[in-house]
Design a protein around this ligand. Structure first.
Ligand code: MN
Ligand code: MN
Length: 386
């Protein structure tokens, strides 16, 4: 397929002077073109990427669905979205298995988005795809974790940064383990936003609970305890014995009370330094319940007194601008408890802030843009740009 496509979503007039290709629909119109061309066939004037977000493809931002590992390896995307629809490991309200679909759907924009925060159109700078879901079935956590680990490893081995949509927080054990394997011998640090430490040894006997993934990552050697940094902890858990284990393992954590006193930006700066004290790259894990339930009600274990949505989005920009991200997840979105899709929208924006900051990082380092355009329903037209 051709790899030369006109940019979309720019201020340029649509290229009506170009001869339309005969092998696919005309794709010259973006959702907000300043000058609407005349004479186009309305049936084919907009491609899927530029149709409204509620029409057509249900992938993340209508990015091409690309599940084949060989195609992925050949394309070498910069970023790949993965769904991990699992909630068998929760200790309280279930429902996060529906998180990936809700997050993918929680947008009212299509086409080449423009980040006002970072003054960049990320999809003009990065090859981003949706790699689909890990093939999870219910009621078998061991199996679910195995297929998540394989899926994330396939994506990370292609060179793409996996951004995993949970799912309950247990998915961070297989996901971050896979990323640690893919980046070896480089070492991985973790910055973990959460109301909860998720460092229990077990939860009612379950070693793969959503209350235990950070313990498993450290015990397995995937991440050194001293490079595991937690931000936003509050409430009434874990108990003193678990905090003792965290201390003895070298974990560092920043309570919500510290953020109240020092401000989120200063605390996040410390967290970055601590996560990178030794390792080369960082895995960013975002439990949406780090945000106050007033702004993120759609989650299984809401804990009052959390971050503002804007503080979390700013923190993501701050981290991705400063460190090399090797993987990321956004977890614990449970749409059944949500109000007006607010929590899903916040989780979606967490992903977009990271993608936008990755693009800005590329620009600010003087690296050339890459971009790839969706092509029809079936896949991708290949990387263009430089
Ligand atoms: Mn958690
Ligand atoms: Mn939590």
């Amino acid at each position: 397929m051709s790899d030369e496509h006109p940019p979309h979503g720019t201020d340029e007039a649509p290229r009506t002077d170009e001869a339309p290709r005969t092998d696919e629909p005309q794709r010259v119109v973006g959702p907000n073109d300043e000058h609407l061309p005349t004479g186009l066939d309305p049936y084919t004037a907009y491609d899927d990427f530029n149709l409204p977000s509620y029409v057509g493809s249900t992938t993340f931002q209508k990015l091409p669905l690309l599940t084949d590992v060989d195609v992925l390896a050949a394309l070498r995307p910069d970023v790949a979205i993965i769904g991990a629809p699992l909630d068998d490991a929760v200790s309280n309200r279930p429902g996060a298995r529906f998180g990936p679909r809700a997050i993918r759907a929680a947008t009212y924009h299509s086409g080449s988005l423009n980040s006002l925060q970072l003054d960049i159109q990320p999809f003009e700078w990065l090859v981003a795809v949706d790699a689909g879901d890990a093939p999870i079935v219910p009621s078998d956590i061991d199996r679910a974790h195995a297929v998540i680990r394989r899926k994330v490893l396939e994506v990370a081995s292609s060179g793409a940064i996996p951004i995993v949509l949970g799912g309950d927080h247990s998915i961070t054990f297989p996901s971050a383990s896979a990323v640690a394997q893919a980046v070896a011998p480089r070492r991985l640090g973790v910055v973990h936003f959460d109301a909860h430490a998720d460092t229990a040894n077990n939860t009612w006997g379950n070693l793969r609970s959503h209350g235990t993934p950070m313990r498993r990552l450290i015990e397995s050697g995937a991440v050194a305890g001293r490079n595991f940094v937690q931000v936003g902890l509050r409430g009434y858990w874990p108990p003193p014995e678990t905090l003792d284990w965290m201390r003895s393992s070298g974990l560092r954590w920043h309570l919500m009370t510290e953020i109240e006193e020092r401000g989120a930006e200063a605390v996040v700066a410390d967290a970055i330094a601590q996560a990178l004290d030794g390792p080369d790259v960082v895995y960013l894990s975002i439990d949406i319940d780090v945000v106050d339930p007033g702004m993120a009600p759609g989650t299984g274990t809401p804990e009052p007194g959390g971050l503002l949505a804007r503080e979390l989005l700013r923190a993501i920009r701050q981290i991705v601008a400063q460190v090399e991200i090797a993987g990321m997840d956004v977890v614990e979105v449970a749409p059944a408890y949500d109000v007006s899709d607010l929590t899903a929208a916040l989780a979606h924006r967490c992903v977009m802030e990271a993608i936008s900051a990755l693009a800005a990082r590329r620009r600010d380092r003087g690296e050339p843009p890459r971009s790839a355009r969706p092509s029809r329903a079936s896949g991708i037209s290949g990387p263009g740009g430089g």
